[in-house]
Design a protein around this ligand. Structure first.
Ligand code: PEP
Ligand code: MG
Length: 575
């Protein structure tokens, strides 16, 4: 038996067989090709080039439809690379002179080209290197003729073990419906993969450094999403102990069910709104079942992932309407997507794949401002879905008033366009911004006249305030929501917004942390928006606290210099 300590990313316990997910690397073997088979080998290579050309044609027409001519030029450049003598002449030459297989010859040529590129100190040529490898990888996959196996193909109940899973992989996990839990080498509690696991109610432990190399498929393991541990080859006694704990957690869930429909009011009568975070239209049924007070955050990224075309207006209307109609008398806050960062898409958006630091890069509203057509389509769909007059619009990753004004101008144009088409928008959706970048918190007073509400995205706010990448396990111990700088920024946002009578919500993971809830409510936060699975637990935390006591305590915490002291006091006060 071996116990590995990691980061508890999603509550619950899973006991089962491990299923290892390997990284997608193509292994190139050198094979000798007999003289009389060389012609056939060259033909095999030319066939792969033909298939790659067809792949590029298909990608080009998608990019052209979705992103326009300018961006389709990138694929034109890839077509040119495919016809470059380096590929069409040098590779067949090497197959013949060395008598080797096409995969090996191609990878040799690419390696040589890389050496040459390294010698050139020029941005343009560095870009071309990425394009060349992109095309090279496409040819290689056609040569090895590999079908991509995804997690949605899993048929037996298993626990997934991986070096890293992307948020898009977790969507496949939802589709497969067979994943009991997962654990991975990388990641932190607030990485998007962990957030998806929470919203699906799948136990998960991340940041385990090398677990994917310590287990083989079929090993029995326990994922303890409460303590942040993975137990490899547990004894019968330990399995029994965990079965008991699993049952206890189940009973706890049952106990919390009694809170369904009750208000989120503190013991001394202070009422806050407790809303839910949702990821897709599929959450509509659960949202109703749990009697949520509305949706504080609809993450729309999942509509844009695991596909090569952007969602159409109609498709989006369907998704947004499903949620808006599930809670017709309650607010539904739809966030324009924060794609980019660790939420990669296959939409062919140039730059996303090659970013040196994607977390600080091309993501959120920055990306949608650069691609206004995508923003327009989404806004049209949002306005059309507002049949219950309960939708609000929210912008992620905002850093300046200029960005806000640009988005509002686009929104105004979309409204005018719809009016001209004879479409009457029901109600006038409120507009809000997420406070995720410290700059937005600091200049909030200048933003308030343009918006109706603010929502603090603490996952990103902690990351950017402390300069700690939220998915990097090497610095995960520095990711500290109770850092004094974070609490002081939250206080600044609440105070500034309340002066102008605008409500403040928190929709990051802090909002469902039982230790953070009394502090946030004590600081004056009006709305907490939490994963559906955490809603009743969070309500329990609100209903167990005393508002007056924690208002005074929160003010005291603001004066403390270290997270350690703040944590010590909170842990003492929150039992
Ligand atoms: C946040 O940053 O806190 C947030 C809610 O946004 P996301 O986790 O989707 O980046
Ligand atoms: Mg965020």
């Amino acid at each position: 038996m071996l116990i590995k300590k990691g980061i508890a990313a999603s509550l619950g316990i899973a006991i089962g067989k491990a299923h290892i997910v390997k990284e997608e690397n193509i292994l190139i073997e050198q094979k000798e090709i007999p003289k009389d088979k060389l012609k056939a080998e060259i033909k095999r290579f030319r066939d792969a080039l033909g298939k790659t050309k067809l792949d590029l044609d298909a990608i080009r027409s998608k990019v052209l439809n979705v992103l326009g001519k300018q961006h389709a030029k990138l694929i034109d450049a890839h077509h040119l690379i495919l016809q470059d003598p380096l590929i069409t002449k040098e590779v067949p030459k090497l197959i013949v002179t060395k008598g080797v297989n096409a995969e090996f010859a191609l990878s040799e040529i690419l390696d040589k080209a890389e050496e040459e590129f390294e010698k050139i100190d020029d941005e343009f040529f560095h870009e071309r290197k990425h394009d060349l490898f992109d095309v090279g990888k496409k040819i290689l996959s056609n040569l090895v003729n590999r079908e991509k196996v995804t997690l949605k193909d899993i048929k037996e109940p298993v626990i997934i073990v991986a070096h890293n899973l992307y948020p898009s992989d977790t969507l496949h996990i939802r589709e497969s419906n067979k994943v009991l839990g997962f654990c991975m080498d990388l990641g932190s509690k607030s990485s998007h993969t962990a957030i998806f696991a929470q919203s699906m109610g799948i136990p998960a432990v991340v940041g385990l450094s090398d677990i994917s190399r310590q287990i083989v498929s079929g090993d029995t393991i326990i994922v303890d999403g409460e303590q942040g541990m993975v137990i490899i080859a547990p004894t019968a006694e330990i399995i029994e102990k965990y079965k008991v704990r699993k049952e206890e957690l189940h009973k706890q869930e049952h106990f919390f069910l009694r809170l369904k429909g009750l208000p989120a009011t503190t013991r001394d009568g202070h009422k806050i709104s407790l809303m839910c975070n949702v990821d897709s239209a599929e959450d509509a049924a659960e949202l109703t079942a749990i009697k949520s007070e509305g949706v504080g955050l609809f993450r729309t990224e999942s509509l844009y992932m695991n596909r090569e075309s952007v969602p159409t207006e109609e498709e989006q209307v369907k998704a947004y309407s499903a949620i808006a109609k599930a809670v017709p008398h309650l607010p539904v806050t739809i966030r324009t997507p924060d794609i980019g960062g660790d939420r990669v898409t296959q939409l062919g958006i140039k730059g996303l794949k090659d970013e040196r630091n994607p977390i600080m890069g091309f993501r959120g509203i920055r990306l949608f401002i650069k691609y206004p057509e995508l923003l327009k389509t989404q806004l049209r769909a949002i306005y059309k879905s507002n049949t219950e007059a309960n939708i609000k619009i929210m912008i992620p990753m905002l850093s300046s008033l200029d960005e806000l004004c640009t988005v509002k101008k686009i929104a105004q144009n979309v409204k005018t366009e719809l009016a001209e088409e004879g479409y009457a928008i029901k109600g006038n959706p409120e507009f809000g911004v997420m406070i995720e970048i410290p700059a937005a918190a600091i200049i909030l007073d200048s933003l308030l006249s343009e918006i109706d509400f603010v929502s603090i995205g603490t996952n990103d706010l902690v990351q950017y305030t402390l300069a700690v990448d939220r998915i990097n396990q090497y610095v995960s111990e520095l990711y500290e929501p109770f850092h004094p700088a974070v609490l002081r920024l939250i206080n600044l946002v609440v105070q500034t917004a309340h002066k102008k009578g605008k409500p403040v919500s928190v929709c990051g993971e802090m909002a469902s942390d039982p230790y953070a809830i009394p502090v946030l409510v004590g600081l004056g936060v009006d709305i907490l928006s939490v994963p559906i699975k955490m809603q009743l637990r969070s309500k329990y935390a609100v209903r167990s606290m005393n508002f007056e006591k924690f208002s005074a305590l929160a003010q005291h915490l603001l004066s403390l210099p270290t997270a350690a002291e703040i944590r010590r006091i909170i842990e003492e006060e929150v039992k």
